[in-house]
Design a protein around this ligand. Sequence first.
Ligand SMILES: Nc1ncnc2c1ncn2[C@@H]1O[C@H](COP(=O)(O)OP(=O)(O)OP(=O)(O)O)[C@@H](O)[C@H]1O
Ligand SMILES: [Mg+2]
Length: 251
Amino acid sequence: MSGFILETKSLTKAFGALVAVDHVDFRLPKGQLRAIIGPNGAGKSTFFSMLMGVQQPSSGEIRINGVDTSRMPPHKISRLGVSLAFQITNIFPNLTVEENLRLAAQNRSMSFHPFRNAAGQPGVETRVEEVLEEIELSGKRGELASNLAHGEQKYLEIGLALALSPELLLLDEPTAGMSAVETRQTAGLIKRLSERLSIVLVEHDMEVVMSIAEKISVFHHGEIIAEGTPDEIKNDEDVQRVYLRSSDAAA
Ligand SMILES: Nc1ncnc2c1ncn2[C@@H]1O[C@H](COP(=O)(O)OP(=O)(O)OP(=O)(O)O)[C@@H](O)[C@H]1O
Ligand SMILES: [Mg+2]
């Protein structure tokens, strides 16, 4: 075994003439908290959607725990222990927090025991309780999801991903639209989760990235242009150039 929970080789996705992800070699050691940064349109979300099987690679390979998932549909990939929060928002607004989590956890146990009724199965209720604790929404378990504050809904989305008991969690801009306080709390939550999970986090908030990521991969025009620790990335000239140029363009 390679010891990598996730490995891509020359992974490529083209939309017509536009190569959104361009021969990406990416390796995530088990247990690592990795951030992916890069300007808008760099290919970060497209990379995630291939990892989840939502989009088919144009070429190249994806391995999860050594298993080739390059052509697998999403439900098979999630059965291998990969969860994605935020790409697919699957909160049911008219169900309570607890009911939303129970549905997600049941999905997981159904996929393992397709012919057994999930209700009453040990495991589902336990998992719901654990997740409620983890995302600190135990006090709001009976609240309708639609009544939650924006930040709490984001927490619930992370909770839905966690209810599947993943080994690898993919988070696409979890702090988008959050207040400064919510952003700090979310960074704390991700850090805590990383003690028992492998995580890949796409994030624009540099303070969050620099404070919690163990390693950072920088995407630009579909390629990884730099990889390293937060300090290495801060001091990387190519990275500075890309970010200066994109903030010039925005100004
Ligand atoms: N389904 C699609 N069809 C055509 N082009 C697409 C499609 N999805 C993404 N793209 C293009 O691929 C490129 C990469 O997009 P992607 O959404 O992966 O970037 P990103 O790094 O996630 O950006 P952001 O930081 O804005 O979320 C962009 O030029 C985008 O317009
Ligand atoms: Mg994106």
